[in-house]
Design a protein around this ligand. Structure first.
Ligand SMILES: NC(=O)CCC(=O)C(=O)O
Length: 258
C-alpha cells in the first residue's frame, strides 16, 4: 500500500487557508498514485486554542464533508489528521478516517491532552479507541502526545492493528523524542508506524516536520525534512508476519506478570 504523509504548513487560526492547502496536497498525493493519505494534527486551525469558539468545526461536519468529497474524487483512503471538533459539550481533538468511497468509517479523539501546549485548558479528552479497518487490514490512530503512552499502542496492537497512524504538531525542540519514540513503538509492536507532522511555526513553537514511516523491524522507510513535503512510502503487510515469526514477541509475553 502506497501511503503519503501530507507534511503541510498550517496557517494559525485560518481554516480557509488550511482547507485550500490541504486540497492541493491531497491532489498531489493522488497524482503520485498514493492509495492512502494522512494529514497532520489540528490541520484546519493549528493551535489557535483561544479562538476555538469562533473556529472549531461543529461536529467536525465541514472536515468530514471535505474529506469524504476528496476521498471519493481521488479513490484514496484518508486518515484525516485531526480537527478541533466542537461537540456541543466541549471541543475535542478528533481524527476522522474516510475510506476511498467517501464514507467516514471512524473518529478518534485524542486521549492524552498535552499540558505543555495548554490543551487541558481548552479541549476535552477522548474516551474511545482508534481502531479501524481499511482494505481488509486493521489499523489504529493516535494523536501526537499519545506516542508517549506505549500501553495505549499495545492495546490497539493486541486488538489487531498493523499500521499505527500518528498525526502530530510536534515541536522541533523535541525532535529527538519524536524519532526515538516512533521507532520504539514500531519495534516493540512489530507494526508499521506512519507519523505525519506539520512544518512551519506558530506564535509559540517552531515545528519539526520529519514525518516518518517506520517498518516493523524499526527501519526508517521514508523520512521528511523540516519543510513542507509529501512523504511517500510503501507498506508491505507480509513483512509484519515475517518479523513476528522471527522474534515471536507476542507469543513470549508473560501476561501472568503484567
Ligand atoms: N501536540 C502535541 O501533542 C505535542 C506533544 C509533544 O510535543 C511532546 O513532547 O509530547
Amino acid at each position: 500500500m502506497k501511503i503519503a504523509c501530507l507534511q503541510m504548513n498550517i496557517t494559525f487560526g485560518d481554516p480557509e487557508a488550511n482547507y485550500d492547502r490541504a486540497a492541493n496536497f491531497l491532489k498531489k498525493a493522488s497524482d503520485a498514485g498514493c492509495e492512502l493519505a494522512v494529514l497532520p494534527e489540528l490541520w484546519t486551525t493549528g493551535y489557535d486554542l483561544t479562538r476555538l469558539d469562533e473556529i472549531a468545526d461543529k461536529g467536525a461536519e465541514r472536515a468530514k464533508s471535505f474529506l469524504a468529497h476528496a476521498a471519493k474524487m481521488y479513490g484514496m483512503h484518508i486518515v484525516g489528521g485531526s480537527v478541533a471538533n466542537d461537540t456541543g459539550s466541549g471541543v475535542k481533538n478528533t481524527m476522522i478516517v474516510v475510506d476511498k468511497t467517501g464514507h467516514v468509517i471512524h473518529e478518534y479523539s485524542k486521549l492524552h491532552l498535552f499540558r505543555l501546549m495548554n490543551e487541558e485548558k481548552y479541549l476535552i479528552d477522548g474516551d474511545s479507541d482508534g481502531l479501524f479497518e481499511l482494505a481488509g487490514e486493521k489499523m489504529a490512530g493516535f494523536i501526537c502526545y499519545d506516542i508517549r503512552f506505549p500501553e495505549w499502542f499495545r492495546k490497539q496492537v493486541l486488538n489487531g492493528a498493523r499500521i499505527l497512524f500518528v498525526p502530530a504538531e510536534w515541536p522541533l525542540a523535541r525532535l529527538d523524542h519524536w524519532r526515538t519514540l516512533l521507532i520504539a513503538r514500531a519495534i516493540e509492536n512489530q507494526a508499521y508506524v506512519v507519523a505525519c507532522n506539520r512544518s512551519g511555526s506558530d506564535p509559540d513553537n517552531q515545528f519539526a516536520g520529519h514525518s516518518i514511516i517506520v517498518g516493523p523491524w524499526g527501519e526508517v522507510i521514508a523520512e521528511a525534512g523540516e519543510s513542507e513535503e509529501i512523504l511517500i512510502g510503501d507498506v508491505d503487510f507480509k513483512a509484519i508476519d515475517e518479523i513476528r515469526r522471527r522474534i515471536p514477541v507476542f507469543e513470549d509475553r508473560r501476561t501472568a506478570f503484567y
